[in-house]
Design a protein around this ligand. Structure first.
Ligand SMILES: [Fe+2]
Length: 390
């Protein structure tokens, strides 16, 4: 395992000293959120990539991007180049996206190929990552491509799994089994037939803010009456419950009286949806940054991809049910939903970027939490602290 740099070690010591003040152990009313350093420091950002994003199951891409054998996409997770590929057996695999000869990045754009070929010296690898050619090697018989010694030149695999349309990887290889991480979400999705889900499109937004602020904002409904008053008309604050959590899963939801045009009112529903799900919206985060909402007629995935300590790329991917994703007669309804998510997200971005600017203030160091609404924020802070400590 790669070692922490001196700067990462130093920022870890500084961070752990700051959270040792009891802010995560006192009652929520007496607690604070994470200290400013967790949102502003480049060294902390690097430490977080090394711990939070290497040691957990992290979203890496979409299954629908890899629907034929040989399709491959380069992605970046935890600051590292990774390639996702559909191998000969139809399974999706992940490898470190680097040639084992001189370390060139192998794949730089989505494509379809029968093998990986490094442009540096044309060393080639099968879709299963096995070295299959190294031209002009002249290394003698013991370096023959079929010899066991050659295996150390195979591509380095990364632990990889899929769940519905989403690909997850765990770079360190020692996270808890994916099944146990996702279980708190799965038990709450009973009754939704995901086989009817169809990808529609993705929207992207640049945030001048740390990724954690986007996740923290996503999970809490406390800001709705103030930031999205029009959404408060759909479900009022007195009908909303505070978010809950179960280990690495955060979740929240509500029941509504009546669908509206962008939540269940205009597009086809999940087939045979049980009655108790017909007037429900739920949303989830799987730590660290995979989040989604589910309604009778749609699933909306939110990924807050860290780009820098104060820079995040947010992708919102919309899924509808059956012909709801394609039929022309639903085009207007889909446009309304896209406009809804775009407007809602711009309102959120405005407040998230203000929270980021507040993290530069000597007059703030984690804040005062609401004992009713914010236990989830404290839990998220604990998850970050646990990962940083590990
Ligand atoms: Fe919001």
């Amino acid at each position: 395992m790669p070692q922490l740099t001196a700067a990462q070690q130093q920022v870890r010591v500084e961070f752990l000293q700051q959270v040792k003040d009891g802010r995560l152990d006192l009652s929520v009313a007496e607690s604070s959120g994470l200290p400013n350093i967790a949102y502003t420091s480049a060294d902390f950002f690097a430490l977080e990539q090394h711990t939070v994003f290497r040691k957990n199951w992290v979203f890496a891409g979409f299954v629908h991007q890899l629907d034929r054998i040989g399709e491959m996409i380069p992605v970046e997770v935890a600051g590292q180049p990774i390639v996702l590929v559909m191998a000969e057996d139809g399974k999706i695999r992940a490898f470190h996206n680097v040639c084992q000869h001189r370390g060139a990045q192998l794949v730089t754009e989505p494509k379809r190929s029968k093998k990986f070929v490094c442009p540096n010296h044309s060393w080639s690898y099968s879709l299963e990552g096995k070295l299959i050619a190294r031209p002009h090697f002249h290394g003698g018989e013991k370096h023959d491509i079929n010899q066991a010694a050659c295996h150390r030149a195979d591509l380095s695999p990364v632990r990889c799994t899929t769940w519905h349309d989403w690909i997850f990887i765990n770079i360190s290889g020692d996270a808890d089994p994916f099944e146990s991480c996702i279980r708190p979400i799965e038990v709450r999705l009973d009754g939704y037939d995901f086989s009817a889900l169809r990808f529609f499109e993705s929207l992207q937004f640049d945030l001048q803010a740390n990724w954690k602020l986007a996740v923290e904002n996503f999970i809490e409904p406390y800001h709705v009456f103030s930031c999205h008053p029009w959404l408060n008309d759909f479900v009022g604050m007195d009908q909303r419950q505070p978010p809950e959590f179960d280990d690495k899963v955060l979740f929240c939801g509500y029941q509504f009286q009546k669908t509206d045009p962008v939540r269940g009112g205009a597009l086809p529903w999940f087939p045979d949806l049980p009655k108790e799900k017909q007037d429900r919206g739920d949303w989830f985060v799987m730590f660290p940054n995979f989040a989604f909402e589910i309604f009778p007629d749609q699933v909306d995935v939110f990924i807050a991809s860290p780009q820098g300590p104060q820079k995040t790329l947010e992708t919102i991917s919309l899924y509808f049910i059956g012909e709801g994703a394609k039929a022309e007669k639903y085009a207007q309804a889909r446009d309304l939903i896209i406009n809804n998510w775009t407007d809602l997200n711009h309102e959120d971005i405005g407040i998230i970027e203000r929270m980021q600017r507040g993290r530069a203030s000597d007059g703030f160091d984690g804040g005062v939490l609401s004992p009713y609404w914010d236990p989830v924020q404290r839990h998220f802070a604990r998850l970050i602290t646990r990962a940083i400590s590990s």
